[in-house]
Every structure is written in structure tokens, then in C-alpha cells.
Design a protein around this ligand. Structure first.
Ligand code: PHE
Length: 451
């Protein structure tokens, strides 16, 4: 039986929704990507631009997605379908829903591979692999690990099964329950880690690195990188926020909910920076280590510090929780689509989505070893294509379409009613959503394409 909007599951409370959406936002982006991007792009300069982008571009797009989701009360494809009908627009807008679903699948595929690394490293750290090792040995551990397709597949499979397990259980007993347990735990672990970092010599240096504005470091590259990252970290552009919004009751105010979600997301990223950089600085390591910061630089620090192994394990546990609550939000848009429009049970839909993403993920995984020389245009491995193409190109395209649809195609009377804020706030959103966000997104895209 097809579900009507009235019989669809809903979050049991505003808090449940805020936690689930924050779970989608807080992910590898905050704990793995943000610190190394800040490290590569001059620390405070990057942080400043990233905050501006969250406020003026990311949040308006998130609101747009939620407006569409809540008003549509359906998955992205059907929501765009019915809302374009309501607004007297072409129903071709439904293809944006499909684009979002494809992007989610692609992102889930590589996301699960990287999340698998966090599990592998959690296991390694707590089983003592990093006790009394030097920098070279830590590097060897990393190289051996990514050279082993079998081991990576094991962790990738385990992580995907965990994701499926939650998603298959449905909105209330799956998504809601998981995020209600994991998000508070994540905060506790993060605070413990920041507490630990404050006791190291590098703390003051880290604070300065992250917060002392140095405007000379702001370059076009930094701006573009910060903008792209704001998008990824807020989980906008694939319809994840749209589907979460579609499970939301009418009486919850979208504006303040989005503000809370975005603030939590930023807070976690900054706290992660405050937990990580002090360890890097107090062990005279480089903050510019790139994607390996978490897996190569940090273990060197752990191996040299008192209690390093215990706290090191906590780091990977944190990474794993953050990734888990995000991966379910990547699976949900596609599962909801298959469930609602193709009449698959939730369980079957989850299995199909999980299998496809798992299978695609194998391509990413093998590009670190067996297929490392298979490169498109002599440059891009399968992982690069899955990760960079989806984050830098597909995500902004999706975000552009959602914000453009809500701001230009939908009637202002509908968006006003959904957003339900006082007039000045509504017009600020409209201005950002009509002009500032779309133009900025086009700039990110243009830059990504010419690079
Ligand atoms: N926001 C997640 C992160 O920072 C990634 C994500 C993007 C999740 C898009 C869902 C949708 O890791």
C-alpha cells in the first residue's frame, strides 16, 4: 500500500528531529575533514570564511530543503512533483529528486569506506598497535592497511551493515533512536578529548591557529574551499535534510531548528579542531598533513603521550559515531524513495540501497590498492571520482536546484507559511535564497570545473 502523507512516520518530538538532523550534519566532515582543511588553508582564515558561508549560504539552502520536505510530506521526487504542481511549474523538477538520490548513493559508497577506516583504527589503537612506535612505523601501519583490499572490505562491509540495520528499523525505532543515543555520547567523548587536549603544551598555539584572524591568508582558493566545505558539512544538496523535514510536524518552527542544527555542527567542528591541533602542536607535527592527519599524524601523537592509546581510541570512536549518524541520513533519501514510490518494504529497500552502495564502495576501496593506477584522464582514481565529484560538483548542483526551486518556483505565500517567521526574517531568507546562495554556488561550481 502506498503511504499517504498522513500515514507517514513522524519524529516524536522537535528534539528528536534536531538530533537526527544534527547527526546528519555532524560527520566525517567535522572531525576528519574540517581539521585537515583548516590545517591546509591557514587555520583562522579558513574558519572565518567557513562560518560566513554556513550563515549566508548553507543555512538558507538547508531551510529551502526543509520547506520542500515538510510541505511535500513525501520523498524528494514526489515532493518536487506535488509542489511544482501546486505552484503551477513544470513537473520536470522531480528529476532533481532523482539527482539527489543518485548523489546520496554515490556519497554513501565512499563514506562507508572511510568510516570503515575509523573502525579499523579503533580496533588497532585499543589493541595496542600504536604503543611505542615511531613516525615511520605509524606510516607503515597506514600503508599496509590501505594496501589490503580484504581488510578494508571487511570494515566497509561491517559499517554498511550497521547503517542498514538502523535504516531498516524505520524513522522512529531506527533513525530517531540511534541519533538519540549517539549524539549525546558523541558530545561527551568530544568534551573529554578537548579536556585532554587542554592539558597539553600545544593548546594555546592551537587556539591561536584556529581563532586569531589572519586576513592575509584569505585567498580565492580558501574561499572556495570553505564554501564547498560548508555545504558538505551541513549535509545539504542531496535531499537528506529534505527527507528529514518531511517527517516533521507542522508546528515545529523551521528557522530556529535550522539555527540550532547549524550551530551544533559548527560547534562540533571547532571542538574537534581544539581536540586535535593541540596534540599536533605539542608533538611538533605538521597541521598540514592533509587527509592522513587523522590516520597518520594523530597516531604518532598518541604513541608519544601519557594515556595516548586510551584517548586515541576515543578519537576513532567519535569518528565512527559521527560517521554512522551521517551515513543513515545518506541512505534514508533513497530508501524512502524506493519504499514510497516502488512499494518495496523498508527492509527490502534498505537491503537494495545498502548493497548498491556497498558494491560501488568496492570501486573506491580498490582504488587505494589493486586499481591505484586506473585513473580517469590520467588523474582521478575511482575514489577521487566518487568523493570529489559528488562533493564538489553534484552536491552544489543539488543545493542550487533545491534553493532555486524553493525561492523562485514556489509561491512566496507557501514558503512564508512553512517558514513561519516574522516578516524581516522571511525577507532575509528570501534574499539569501534567491540571490546570495545561488550565485555563490555557481561560483563554487565554476571554480571546481575549471580546476
Ligand atoms: N554532513 C556530513 C559530514 O559532514 C556528510 C553528509 C553530506 C551527510 C550530505 C549527508 C548528506 O560528514
Amino acid at each position: 500500500m502506498t503511504q499517504t502523507p498522513a500515514t507517514r512516520p513522524h519524529w516524536t518530538s522537535r528534539l528528536a528531529f534536531v538530533l537526527a538532523a544534527s547527526g546528519a550534519a555532524v560527520g566525517l566532515g567535522n572531525i576528519w575533514k574540517f581539521p585537515y582543511m583548516a590545517g591546509e588553508h591557514g587555520g583562522s582564515a579558513f574558519v572565518l570564511i567557513y562560518l560566513i558561508c554556513v550563515l549566508f549560504i548553507g543555512m538558507p539552502v538547508m531551510i529551502a530543503e526543509m520547506i520542500i520536505g515538510r510541505r511535500g510530506q513525501r520523498n524528494a521526487v514526489s515532493a518536487m512533483d506535488s509542489l511544482s504542481l501546486e505552484a503551477g511549474q513544470s513537473q520536470k523538477w522531480r528529476y532533481v529528486g532523482w539527482l539527489g538520490a543518485m548523489t546520496s548513493l554515490m556519497m554513501l559508497s565512499f563514506y562507508s569506506v572511510v568510516a570503515g577506516w575509523s573502525l579499523a583504527y579503533l580496533y588497532r589503537t585499543w589493541s595496542g598497535v600504536f604503543s611505542h612506535v615511531n613516525a615511520e612505523q605509524v606510516q607503515t601501519v597506514w600503508r599496509d592497511f590501505i594496501a589490503s583490499p580484504l581488510e578494508m572490505t571487511l570494515w566497509h562491509t561491517l559499517f554498511m551493515l550497521l547503517t542498514l540495520w538502523v535504516v531498516a528499523r524505520g524513522v522512529q525505532s531506527g533513525l530517531e533512536k540511534a541519533t538519540k543515543i549517539m549524539m549525546p555520547l558523541l558530545f561527551v567523548i568530544l568534551l573529554i578529548l578537548v579536556g585532554y587536549a587542554t592539558s597539553t603544551d600545544g593548546f594555546a598555539e592551537a587556539v591561536e591557529f584556529l581563532f586569531k584572524p589572519d586576513f592575509s591568508k584569505i585567498t580565492p582558493t580558501v574561499i572556495i574551499a570553505a564554501m564547498g566545505h560548508a555545504f558538505f558539512t551541513l549535509a545539504v544538496g542531496v535531499g537528506a535534510m529534505l527527507i528529514y523535514g518531511s517527517y516533521l510536524d507542522e508546528n515545529v518552527k523551521l528557522g530556529s531548528a535550522v539555527f540550532t542544527i547549524a550551530s551544533l555542527d559548527v560547534l562540533v567542528a571547532l571542538l574537534a579542531g581544539l581536540a586535535i591541533f593541540p596534540l599536533i602542536f605539542s608533538n611538533q607535527l605538521s597541521p598540514e598533513a592533509g587527509p592522513g592527519l587523522m590516520f597518520v599524524t594523530l597516531p604518532i601523537a598518541f604513541s608519544q603521550m601519557g594515556g595516548g592509546l586510551f584517548f586515541g581510541g576515543l578519537f576513532f570512536l567519535l569518528l565512527f559515531f559521527a560517521a554512522w549518524t551521517s551515513s543513515i541520513s545518506l541512505a534514508e533519501p533513497v530508501v524512502a524513495l524506493l519504499h514510497e514510490n516502488f512499494k518495496l518494504t523498508r527492509k527490502k529497500a534498505s537491503i537494495v540501497v545498502g548493497f548498491v552502495a556497498w558494491f560501488l564502495g568496492l570501486g573506491s576501496l580498490l582504488s587505494f590498492n589493486v586499481w591505484q593506477n586506473a585513473k580517469l584522464f590520467g588523474r582521478f582514481t575511482i575514489f577521487d571520482i566518487a568523493a570529489d565529484f559528488s562533493i564538489n560538483i553534484l552536491l552544489p548542483i543539488g543545493g542550487f536546484c533545491f534553493v532555486f526551486f524553493a525561492a523562485w518556483a514556489m509561491k512566496t505565500s507557501s514558503t512564508k507559511q512553512e517558514l513561519n517567521v516574522s516578516k524581516p526574517y522571511y525577507y532575509i531568507w528570501l534574499l539569501l535564497a534567491r540571490i546570495v546562495a545561488p550565485i555563490s554556488i555557481l561560483m563554487i561550481l565554476f571554480n571546481a570545473i575549471i580546476q
